[in-house]
Design a protein around this ligand. Structure first.
Ligand code: AMP
Ligand code: ZN
Length: 665
C-alpha cells in the first residue's frame, strides 16, 4: 500500500512539473503524447485507490464542477482601479505628487505592461489555492474558484519555501494564438466567432460548467502579491519571489528611476507590444518600494502609488445613421449617435455618445455625416470629429430636439448647465422607472429579487408609480404577472422587508435627490442625523457642511419643497424604513477633534491602518501630506529624511507612537 500511495504522489509531482514547464515557462520537456499517457496512468490509480487521491492532482484540471450561481465574496483587501494618464506631462505630474507626499527626491519605479483581460484575486492558505475572486465592484466580487482551478498556469499548491498565506492578483487573458485556434474551431462547427480575447476571457470566468472553461486557452499573468506589511521590500522583489513559487509573471517588467527611463519604456512597448503573445492596452508604472506604497495609500478609487499610461486609442471613420435621445432618471437628455457598424479596438461599434447639444453644435453634425470615432477609457465610444469633405450635398444640420421623446413635454435648459432636461419629473416614464431602479440598486436599498427589468414590468402592469409603492406590493399583485413565479414573488417581498434595515445614509442616497451621491448622503446623514433635520436645514446650514456646495444645497431644498416627495417619505417612514442614524458609538472619544495628522514610517504597536483608524476613532483627521494645517507628524521607523526636514521647517511637532498613545489615553 505504501508503495501505491508513493507512486500516486510521485506521478502527481511529476505531472505538476510538466504542467509548469509547459504553461508557465512555455518550455515543455516531454511530448504531449507522453504527458497524456502519464496522466491516464495517474487517473487510473486514483480511481482504484481513491483514498490516496489528492484534490489538487493534475487530473482535476479538466473541470466538471457546475456552478449554478456564483457566490458573492467580500475581498479581504479591496481591488482598486488605476488612475490613467495619456501624456508625458501627466506622468511628470504624478511623479511630482508622489515625491511631495513622500518628501523624497529619488524614487524607483517599476514599469510593466497593462494586460488587457479580466482581473482575478487568488487566495492561498496553507500553501493551497482556496479561492479565486473576480474584481466585481472592487469591494466584492464573485467566487469563481471552480473555473479558475482549470487554468494550468495557476498553481493549485505552492512550494513550501514560499509564504503559507497570501493573495496574488493577476489578469486572466486569452493569448492571440489560442484565441485564433478557438475561433477556427467555432467556424468549423458553424458557430459565430468570438469578437475579442478580452471579452471572451472575462466571459469564460462566469461559465457555469467548469469543463467548458477547461477547454478554453486561458492564461493568468500575475502583477501583484498582497501580503502582510513588511514581507517584501520592493514590488519588483515580490514579483521575482512569486514567480519562483510557480506563478506566471511576465518578464517585461523593468525598474526605472527617472521620467526619461519611464518614457523610453513606454515608447519601446508602444511599438513592440504587437509582438507580445497577448493583448495589452498600456503600461502600469508603480512606486517600487512597498514601504513607500503603504505611505502613499489610496484615493477613493485607485492607489496613489501607481498610474496607468494608456496607449493611444485607435480611430476609425464611419457613417452617422441617426441620433437617438435617452432620458435619464433625473430627466437629463443624452443624445446618442447610431452608426454604421464598424470594427474598432477589437469590437464592432454601432453607437457613440454625443453628450449634449453643445457637443453636437461643436461638431457641426449634419445628417449622414462621415464621422471619426475613437474608443477612450469608456465603454461607449466617442465621436471626435467630422470628415467635412464627405458631407452630402443639402445635408441638414442635426437640430437638438425640443420635446421629450418619452412624454412630449417641452425640454428646458437651465442657466449654466450643459444638459437639457424633461421637467415632467413625476409623469415621464423613463424618469419614474429610472428613479425606482436607482432606489433598488445594490449601493442604495439593495433589494434582492428585483432587477431593472422587474421595475419596468411592475410599472407597465400599473403596480407602481414611485418607490413607496414597492412596499405596498402583495403576493396577489405579483402572482398574475407572467414572468414571476411563486418563489420569486416571495423573494421580492422578503427582499423588500429586509431593506427596511438598510441604514439611513443609504436610504438618503436611494431617494435619488439630484447631486446627492453616496458620499454626499453620508455627509448629510452624519451631520444631521435624521431626515427631518435635513428637511428643516436652510441654505446657509447646508453649505456649511463639508463638501456640500450651492448646487447640492439648492437641490436638497428643492427636493423637500415638493409636497409629492414629502408624501412619499412619510409613506416610507410608515413602512418602517430607517430615517435616522442609529448611533453605534463609532467615535471612541473626541480627544483629537480638529487635529490633522500625518502618519509616516513603520510602527511597532499599530499597523499603519490601525493607527489611522485610531486617529479617526478619536475624532482626528488623517491627511496625506505635510502642510501648515498639519498639527502632528507621527513618525515611525524608516521615515524619509526629507519628511523630517519639511516638518521641522513648518514647525510641525514630530511625535512617536508612544506620544500619540498618551494623547488618547
Ligand atoms: P482599470 O480597470 O482600467 O482601472 O485598471 C485596473 C486594472 O488593470 C486592474 O484591475 C488589473 O486587472 C489591470 N491590470 C493589467 N495589468 C496590470 C498591471 N501590470 N498592474 C496592475 N494592474 C493591471
Ligand atoms: Zn419626459
Amino acid at each position: 500500500m505504501q508503495l501505491i500511495e508513493e507512486k500516486i504522489k510521485n506521478l502527481c509531482e511529476e505531472l505538476k512539473q510538466h504542467n509548469y514547464n509547459y504553461y508557465v515557462l512555455d518550455n515543455p520537456t516531454i511530448s504531449d503524447f507522453e504527458f497524456d499517457i502519464k496522466l491516464k496512468e495517474l487517473q487510473q490509480l486514483e480511481e482504484q485507490y481513491p483514498q490516496f487521491a489528492d484534490p489538487n492532482s493534475p487530473t482535476q484540471r479538466v473541470g466538471g464542477m457546475v456552478t449554478d450561481s456564483f457566490k458573492t465574496v467580500v475581498h479581504k483587501h479591496r481591488m482598486y482601479s488605476l488612475d490613467n494618464s495619456y501624456s508625458e506631462d501627466d506622468i511628470k505630474d504624478w511623479i511630482t505628487r508622489v515625491k511631495k507626499i513622500l518628501g523624497v527626491d529619488t524614487i524607483d519605479y517599476t514599469c510593466e505592461l497593462k494586460y488587457d483581460g479580466a482581473s482575478i484575486n487568488l487566495v492561498y492558505e496553507n500553501y493551497k489555492l482556496i479561492r479565486a475572486e473576480t474584481r466585481g465592484d472592487g469591494i466584492q466580487g464573485d467566487d469563481v474558484t471552480n473555473n479558475i482551478r482549470t487554468i494550468k498556469s495557476i498553481p493549485l499548491t505552492v512550494k513550501k519555501d514560499f509564504l503559507n498565506t497570501f493573495e496574488v492578483r493577476g489578469e486572466i487573458v486569452i493569448p492571440f494564438s489560442g484565441f485564433k485556434k478557438m475561433n477556427e474551431e467555432r467556424i468549423k462547427n458553424g458557430e459565430d466567432p468570438y469578437m475579442n480575447p478580452r471579452n471572451t476571457a472575462s466571459g469564460s470566468l462566469k461559465l457555469k460548467d467548469s469543463a467548458e472553461v477547461a477547454k478554453r486557452p486561458l492564461d493568468c499573468l500575475i502583477y501583484q502579491v498582497v501580503t502582510e506589511e513588511n514581507t517584501f521590500q520592493t514590488h519588483f522583489q515580490s514579483l521575482q519571489k512569486v514567480r519562483k513559487a510557480g506563478f506566471k509573471v511576465p518578464n517585461e517588467i523593468e525598474v526605472c528611476n527617472s521620467v526619461n527611463e519611464i518614457m523610453e519604456y513606454i515608447h519601446k512597448w508602444d511599438k513592440k507590444r504587437f509582438e507580445l503573445p497577448y493583448e495589452t492596452d498600456g503600461i502600469v508604472i508603480k512606486v517600487n518600494n512597498i514601504h513607500y506604497q503603504n505611505e502613499l495609500g489610496y484615493t477613493a478609487k485607485a492607489p496613489r502609488w501607481a498610474i496607468a499610461y494608456k496607449f493611444k486609442a485607435e480611430q476609425v471613420s464611419t457613417e452617422l445613421k441617426s441620433v437617438d435621445y435617452q432620458i435619464g432618471r433625473t430627466g437629463a437628455v443624452t443624445p446618442v449617435a447610431n452608426l454604421k457598424p464598424v470594427a474598432l479596438g477589437g469590437t464592432i461599434v454601432k453607437r457613440a455618445s454625443l453628450h449634449n447639444a453643445d457637443q453636437i453644435n461643436k461638431l457641426d453634425l449634419h445628417e449622414k455625416d462621415t464621422v471619426f470615432v475613437e474608443k477612450g477609457g469608456e465603454i461607449i465610444p466617442k465621436i471626435i470629429g467630422v470628415d467635412i469633405s464627405k458631407r452630402k450635398e443639402n445635408a441638414k444640420k442635426i437640430e437638438f430636439i425640443t420635446a421629450c421623446p418619452a412624454c412630449g413635454t417641452t425640454l428646458i435648459r437651465k442657466e449654466g448647465e450643459a444638459q437639457h432636461y424633461c421637467p415632467n419629473e413625476y409623469g415621464c416614464k423613463p424618469q419614474i422607472v429610472g428613479k425606482i431602479q436607482h432606489f433598488i440598486a445594490r449601493k442604495a436599498m439593495n433589494i434582492e429579487g428585483i432587477g431593472a427589468e422587474t421595475v419596468e414590468l411592475f410599472y407597465d402592469a400599473n403596480l407602481i408609480k414611485n418607490y413607496a409603492d414597492l412596499y405596498d406590493l402583495t403576493l396577489e399583485d405579483l402572482l398574475p404577472l407572467e414572468r414571476i413565479a411563486l418563489k420569486s414573488a416571495q423573494n421580492i417581498l422578503e427582499g423588500l422587508e429586509a431593506s427596511k434595515k438598510i441604514p439611513f445614509e443609504r436610504v438618503l442616497f436611494a431617494l435619488g435627490i439630484r447631486f446627492v451621491g453616496e458620499t454626499v448622503a453620508k455627509k448629510l446623514a452624519k451631520r444631521f442625523k435624521n431626515i427631518s433635520a435635513i428637511q428643516k436645514a436652510d441654505f446657509e446650514t447646508l453649505i456649511a457642511v463639508d463638501e456640500i456646495g450651492e448646487r447640492i444645497a439648492k437641490s436638497v431644498i428643492d427636493f423637500f419643497n415638493e409636497p409629492y416627495n414629502i408624501e412619499i417619505i412619510n409613506r416610507l417612514k410608515n413602512h418602517g424604513l430607517q430615517f435616522e442614524v442609529v448611533e453605534i458609538n463609532t467615535s471612541i472619544s473626541n480627544k483629537l477633534e480638529g487635529l490633522n495628522f500625518v502618519v509616516s514610517g513603520v510602527f511597532e504597536k499599530f499597523s499603519r491602518n490601525e493607527l489611522k483608524k485610531s486617529i479617526e476613532d478619536h475624532g482626528g483627521k488623517n491627511v496625506s501630506s505635510l502642510s501648515k494645517k498639519t498639527n502632528y507628524l507621527i513618525a515611525g521607523d524608516k521615515m524619509g529624511p526629507a519628511k523630517k526636514i519639511r516638518a521641522e521647517k513648518l514647525q510641525i511637532p514630530i511625535i512617536t507612537e508612544d506620544d500619540y498613545l498618551k494623547m488618547i489615553n
